[in-house]
Design a protein around this ligand. Structure first.
Ligand code: FA5
Length: 337
């Protein structure tokens, strides 16, 4: 009898001590299984009461009940306390500094496009726009492209239907503008353009800013003056430009415009392939043949036009070696600008 009472007392103390030391609900659950569960020690002790002589059973039974109740109560109270302290630990701490939401910014290409347009607006140009899906007439025919010109080939142009295509340049906006308004015309036309091109300096979709001036007495020196002023504002005040003879069906004479290398200033380096110059745009005096298409009188007016690659301008200004950086959406790259 005294052995069983001792075992009950020992079990009670052990259980209470374990409960006191437990600090998580899962530790307390282990203790519940061990002492109060269906295969637990208290049930085992209660069962062993049956082995005692009948007259000793009430006293031992009372001791077992008392121990069981005490352990159950202590366990319940400990569980409430542990859960409460866990909740406090997980509670939202309103005194912590807040997390700032990520704020984006204008993409480098749009920054460049906006900057280019603003410079020309300050020089007195207005902004006009034209459609990206264009007809063969505006993209080629009215710009004096011969029927068998290579750029009309499927290899260069992305056609979307019979005589319907994704414009290969912003020059069709020249015709659309002249059709709508009589001279004088001083406009720039920014927008997306498309070609079957894809390498480190050419993208299938890219951006151009077209410039068109038609007014009385416009000469090639006006073209050079406007583009020199642009280069000084966009790149740096002393940036030199040069005009190189070229050919476009809609300008006569035509010129490619280069800027002095932004890296070496014209001495020759890897970026400019030792030439000292970097190509920026195509330009020229508007071919009088275009005036026939829009009903202008070539005896009274003359004009110049240019088409600048915006992606190219951004690459030159920021020293980018691969045009794809502008289209991949890599935040590590974009955050630098
Ligand atoms: C033209 O597109 C002519 N329309 C420009 C023009 C306008 C000439 C008015 C005369 C008068 P070109 O194909 O050279 O010309 O392109 C002009 C510029 O666009 C190039 O100097 C280059 O900067 C850019 N460019 C051309 N193709 C791509 C491409 N695939 N990816 C990125 N930029 C390009």
């Amino acid at each position: 009898m005294s052995d069983l009472l001792e075992t009950i007392e020992e079990t009670r103390q052990k259980a209470l001590k374990a409960i006191e030391q437990a600090s998580t609900p899962s530790e307390l659950e282990q203790i519940r299984i061990e002492f109060l569960g269906t295969k637990g020690r208290m049930l085992e002790l209660t069962r062993s009461l049956g082995t005692l002589p009948k007259e000793l059973r009430p006293k031992a039974g009372q001791a077992a009940n008392k121990a069981q109740n005490e352990i159950t109560k202590a366990h319940r109270e400990a569980l409430v306390a542990v859960k409460k302290s866990e909740a406090i630990a997980n509670r939202l701490d309103v005194t912590l500094p807040g997390r700032r939401p990520a704020v984006g910014h204008t993409h480098l290409l749009n920054q460049t496009l906006t900057e280019i347009c603003q410079i020309f607006e300050h020089l007195g140009f207005s902004i006009v726009e034209g459609p990206e899906v264009e007809t063969d007439y505006y993209n080629f025919e009215a710009l004096n492209f011969p029927a068998d010109h290579p750029s009309r080939d499927m290899q260069e142009t992305l056609f979307v239907g019979d005589k319907l295509l994704l414009r290969t340049h912003t020059s069709p906006v020249q015709i659309r503008t002249m059709e709508k308004s009589p001279p004088p015309v001083w406009v720039v036309a920014p927008g997306k353009t498309y070609r079957r091109d894809d390498d480190v300096t050419h993208s299938p979709m890219f951006h151009q800013v077209e410039g068109l001036v038609v007014d009385k007495g416009i000469t090639m020196s006006d073209l050079k003056g406007v583009l020199s002023a642009f280069a000084a504002h966009f790149f740096s005040p002393n940036t030199k430009i040069r005009l190189r003879p070229s050919f476009f069906p809609f300008t006569e004479p035509s010129a490619e415009v280069d800027i002095a290398c932004v890296l070496c200033g014209g001495k020759g380096c890897r970026l400019c392939k030792s030439s000292g110059w970097l190509e920026l745009l195509g330009s020229g005096m508007v071919d009088p043949a275009l005036y026939d298409f829009v009903g202008y009188d070539p005896e009274k007016i003359s004009g110049f036009a240019f088409g600048m690659g915006v992606d190219r301008a951004a690459m030159l200004k920021y020293g980018l070696s691969n045009i794809r950086h502008l289209y991949e959406g890599d935040l590590r790259f974009l955050r630098q600008f």
